[in-house]
Design a protein around this ligand. Structure first.
Ligand code: AMP
Ligand code: ZN
Length: 491
């Protein structure tokens, strides 16, 4: 295969397709710099605990970055923390504390929850309140292009002077009133208006003294300023949930392209929303879950991660308790399979049809992801392989030489899904949740099994039985094999 100069890895050339909201089409992914993917991710607005809908979008972004890395790209992902916006200003003022103090708790919780879900840390996590000067400079730059005006101490973006306005969300501009303004950060398409880049202070609210007057930034300018500061004036990929398409991302495009005259983003990827039992999640409906709500109910991080990752990002995800149960059993099936593969002794040699199946599964897994991150297709390939291999083992057709290729396919799977290695208990402990229902980690089980084997060897059967009992209480079943070894699985 011919290689393109400068690629970090030959596979970086492979045909990855992403659905680009800007063009409305699936397109081959071609980054600006070969071998490098520069991604901006709208992070959480830290006015409350993030919910599972938010984490559906963050898990999609984690799958995206893990997959690009698997394909050999050097990934530079910047995620912001929106630590100043209308809701934060209002809540902090109501609590009578500063906004940094108000948001601190939610930032910590978000970082802890992200770790528990196995989200890789983006290369940069940046806070809006650390970038006020960058926002002011960007507003000045847009003003020099005469796309802004002032009213009552606030600065607005004049959308009628940016002809491309609406190109991302495809809004119909015909009914838009020139000169009408909107001051709130979040509004509907029907209210497309000149929006605030900089807002004059209101009594009792937090503000900054700056060259463009006292006040605070609008939400949209925050992301434009931070994205371009860390990733340059044209980014490869910008991600978020579908609710951010309008007005947030539309306004980001207007501000950035007005200032630079260059395309702001090459590929816009938007995750569809998560519903709970078929309904929009809302606190008043009582179907609103944070991760910690689910952990408290005994659900494992791996179960939640698996469920959130299993539905392709552009499909609506209906989060149900049944779905959680199924996800837990899918993860268990994989873990039990790996344990069986490691513990059982198989006859020497290689079964050619299983070997071909393993190669095919690894290939189909990757193909699924290359097709706009079709995680459902990728998963199907791996579960077919596990089913076939289990059947072959039951029939005595599995051979020692088949193990390595299957483990390699599962390793590839886990580089994206990150659920096979059982570290749920450690993850929960690390974020301060310990529930009795949480199982032991693989490493903990292995250590106890080894201890029991040692006890049996020195004929201390009392100790061996005690350990077996201890494991049984934590849902681990031991099966002694004919060759004196032991196999374990989870109940
Ligand atoms: P926010 O904290 O509101 O700024 O949202 C953080 C991220 O979560 C954004 O990318 C949102 O688009 C996304 N998001 C919000 N609600 C949902 C939901 N129900 N399902 C999926 N993603 C969501
Ligand atoms: Zn943003």
């Amino acid at each position: 295969m011919p290689q393109t100069q400068g690629l970090a890895h030959p596979n970086a050339m492979a045909e990855i397709h992403f659905h680009n909201t800007l063009t409305g089409r699936k397109e081959p992914f071609v980054p600006l710099t070969p071998g490098e993917a520069r991604i901006y991710t709208c992070g959480p607005t830290v006015y409350d605990f993030a919910h599972i809908g938010n984490f559906r979008t963050f898990v999609f972004q984690d799958v995206l970055r893990r997959f690009l890395r698997m394909k050999g790209f050097r990934v530079v992902q910047v995620m912001n923390l929106t630590d100043v916006d209308d809701r934060i200003i209002a809540n902090a003022a109501a609590a009578g504390i500063g906004i940094r103090e108000y948001t601190e708790k939610y930032i910590q919780a978000f970082l802890d929850d992200s770790r528990a879900l196995g989200l890789e840390r983006p290369e940069q996590i940046v806070r809006a309140t650390d970038h006020i000067e960058d926002m002011v400079a960007l507003i000045e730059r847009i003003s020099q292009k005469t796309l802004t005006y002032q009213s009552d101490g606030s600065t607005y973006f004049r959308i009628s002077k940016f002809p491309a306005y609406g190109k991302l969300s495809k809004i119909d501009m015909s009914g838009i009133q020139a000169g009408a303004r909107v001051d709130v950060d979040r509004y509907e398409k029907a209210d497309a208006r000149d929006f605030a880049l900089w807002k004059a202070p209101k009594p009792g609210e937090h503000f900054w003294e700056t060259r463009i007057g006292p006040g605070r930034p609008g939400w949209h300018i925050e992301c434009s300023a931070m994205a371009m500061k860390y990733l340059g004036e044209t980014l490869d990929i910008h991600t978020g949930g579908v609710d951010l398409m309008f007005p947030h991302h539309e306004n980001e495009i207007a501000q950035s392209e007005a200032a630079t005259g260059k395309p702001f983003v090459r590929y816009w990827l938007h995750a569809e929303h998560l519903l709970v039992e078929g309904a929009k999640m809302s606190k008043s409906l009582g179907n609103f879950y944070t991760l910690r709500d689910l952990f408290k109910q005994g659900h494992k991080p791996s179960t939640i991660r698996f469920l959130l990752a299993s539905v392709p990002y552009r499909r609506q995800l209906n989060f149900t308790m049944d779905g959680l149960t199924q996800a837990a059993s899918s993860v268990e099936r994989l873990r039990n399979f790996v344990a069986r593969l490691r513990a059982e002794k198989f006859p020497p040699g290689e079964n050619e049809s299983i070997a071909a199946g393993a190669r095919q599964a690894a290939e189909d897994f990757e193909k699924g992801l290359e097709d706009d991150l079709n995680t459902a297709q990728a998963l199907a390939a791996v579960f077919d392989l596990v089913r076939d291999a289990n059947t072959a083992m039951d029939r005595g057709e599995f051979r020692q030489g088949n193990g390595a290729a299957i483990l390699a396919a599962l390793e590839k799977f886990d580089a994206i899904f990150a659920v096979v290695n059982d570290d749920d208990a450690e993850k929960l402990r690390a974020v301060g949740y310990v529930t009795t229902q949480v199982s032991l980690s693989d490493a903990e089980v292995e250590a106890l099994v080894a201890e029991r084997q040692a006890a049996r060897k020195r004929r201390d059967f009392e100790a061996a039985d005690r350990i077996r009992q201890q494991l049984a209480e934590r849902g681990i079943i031991l099966e002694d094999t004919r060759d004196g070894g032991v196999r374990w699985k989870r109940k």
